[in-house]
Design a protein around this ligand. Structure first.
Ligand SMILES: Nc1ncnc2c1ncn2[C@@H]1O[C@H](COP(=O)(O)OP(=O)(O)OP(=O)(O)O)[C@@H](O)[C@H]1O
Length: 268
């Protein structure tokens, strides 16, 4: 199914299983001063017999870029849904806050969906009406590289363009935290660079960014911190250079293979 952002009403509401109340997600405000922008504590979750997360905790500071990497099916999307609060974990809490007091979380789901018939601009205008600030829709479209597609219907967008529109939707309302599930998936190399440039600019503006990606080159160059998820736990967590050096590798791609392959030895 399609996930939708949590900060604004949804034109095609998700099921209740995907839109848990604040109470059920254990949401709480992080103390305003010098606290993390978002803090997840002791998250555990299973789908039936499959344990996807096993007591993971993650705090992200304002202006920090955290990249979540891991093999297919390792639980990245599940963790990001919990951070975005579109779903609640079996156990654990997610607290959102920031020094500025902004507490919204912008979310790009792995498979963003939009109301057919709307144009790209209509779509962002729709979401803009639910935030307090004035939203420069044309500016958001420009920022994500869709200025020329403003009047194109969403059902006529390519897969990559749909993802960029999802990124634009996540940015509406100037959120303090942005959670991006594989934002570079389906983008051509130029747009991948642009995407990671947008991420850097967000962080420079004080936004906490948590993203998942299989594009380990740009991740290594852009992220402040890389978290490797495998077997329900974090098997590495540190700045990219430290993660690479921790296994004596030369780059993140090589380190990733080593870390995931040796999970049972290095897991913590
Ligand atoms: N709603 C669900 N019901 C049952 N199982 C689920 C559900 N969502 C995810 N899973 C399972 O949980 C595990 C983790 O899935 P998740 O999508 O979080 O992984 P991922 O790391 O994001 O994978 P990918 O890199 O392929 O996107 C997988 O085994 C998946 O099949």
């Amino acid at each position: 199914m399609t996930d939708e952002p949590t900060t604004m009403p949804n034109p095609e509401p998700a099921t209740t299983a995907e839109t848990d109340s604040d109470e059920s997600t254990g949401e709480a405000a992080v103390p305003a001063s010098n606290g993390p922008a978002i803090a997840a504590t002791d998250l555990s979750h299973a789908f039936g017999d499959v344990r996807v997360l096993d007591g993971v905790s993650l705090s992200v500071a304002p202006g920090e870029i955290v990249a979540l990497v891991g093999p297919n099916g390792s639980g990245k999307s599940t963790l990001l849904r919990f951070l975005a609060r579109v779903r609640a974990p079996d156990e654990g809490t997610v607290a959102v806050g920031s020094e500025s007091g902004r507490a919204r979380v912008g979310y790009l789901p792995q498979q963003p969906g939009f109301r057919a018939g709307f144009t790209a601009a209509d779509t962002l205008e729709f979401y803009a009406q639910f935030v307090d600030e004035d939203v420069d829709v044309a500016g958001v479209l420009e920022r994500v590289g869709l200025a020329d597609a403003a009047d194109r219907r969403v059902d006529a967008l390519s897969g990559g363009m749909t993802r960029l529109l999802g990124l634009g939707r996540a940015l509406v309302g100037d959120p303090a935290v942005v959670v991006l599930d594989e934002p570079a998936s389906g983008l051509d190399p130029g747009m991948v660079e642009r995407l990671f440039g947008i991420v850097s600019a967000l962080a420079d503006a004080g936004v906490a960014v948590v993203l998942s990606s299989h594009n380990l080159g740009p991740v290594e160059r852009t992220a402040d911190r890389v978290v490797v998820l495998d077997g329900g736990r974090f098997v590495a967590d540190g700045d990219p250079r430290a993660v690479v050096e921790s296994v004596g590798a030369t780059d993140l791609q090589t380190a990733f293979g080593d870390l995931v392959a040796t999970e049972e030895v290095t897991g913590r």
